[in-house]
Design a protein around this ligand. Structure first.
Ligand SMILES: CC(C)(COP(=O)(O)OP(=O)(O)OC[C@H]1O[C@@H](n2cnc3c(N)ncnc32)[C@H](O)[C@@H]1OP(=O)(O)O)[C@@H](O)C(=O)NCCC(=O)NCCS
Length: 175
């Protein structure tokens, strides 16, 4: 994850309902994050991460076709999202977050898997990210998805924590 992701919060603040994209499934809806989801992204970002990206950064993320983003909605509320940057044939995961009230229900796994599949469809052959070395939940999630630690960036985060570099192949041979 990028340097700006320092202190994911434990906020239990609510995320306002919004109209999701028109893809349906019984309980949880998966859809693209686009300009129309700006308010929902900001709200979930604020509630779960204390504002990882500014409104301007989100606006950029949501319109760039080389920055795919997917969300999960439950009862009209955005509850999980995963975003990445496509750099040649690599997906660099830039943000993964689940509503603090809805964790350990498989939503993180589901939204990241969907983004990896999307990236593969767009030509990505590998996926990578940085994660704080003490982020047990995220390391558990990425490990469960087949990511492997390929290196450590000492003092990567502003608060001095190290980052672990994670990689995974996509397609056959992936996780
Ligand atoms: C990391 C995060 C996205 C996980 O989302 P989640 O929806 O709770 O994860 P899932 O329910 O899909 O869990 C999938 C697997 O990840 C691992 N995992 C998830 N949370 C874990 C935790 N707190 N401790 C240990 N392992 C955990 C488990 O292997 C889990 O499988 P299991 O439930 O069958 O044991 C969520 O905790 C979050 O939003 N954290 C704050 C933001 C953040 O740190 N993002 C990643 C930055 S790189």
């Amino acid at each position: 994850m990028s340097e700006a992701q320092l202190n994911p919060l434990d906020s239990t603040g609510g995320v306002p309902a919004q109209v999701p994209p028109p893809e349906t499934s019984p309980d949880t809806i998966t859809g693209d994050l686009g300009e129309a989801q700006l308010a929902g992204c900001l709200a979930l970002d604020q509630a779960a991460l204390g504002g990882f990206w500014s409104a301007g950064q989100w606006a950029t993320e949501l319109v760039d076709p080389r920055r795919p983003g997917l969300g999960l909605w439950r009862q009209g509320a955005l509850v999980a999202m995963a975003c990445g940057w496509l750099i040649v044939d690599e997906l660099h995961l830039s943000l993964v977050v689940v509503d603090p009230r809805q964790r350990r229900q498989g939503l993180g796994r589901r939204v990241v898997e969907a983004l990896l599949e999307r990236a593969e469809g767009l030509g990505a052959k590998r996926a990578t990210l940085e994660v704080a070395a003490d982020n047990v939940a995220a390391l558990g999630l990425y490990g469960a998805l087949g990511f492997q630690t390929a290196g450590r960036r000492c003092g990567y985060y502003r608060d001095g924590r190290d980052a672990l570099i994670q990689w995974r192949n996509l397609g056959r041979g992936g996780g």
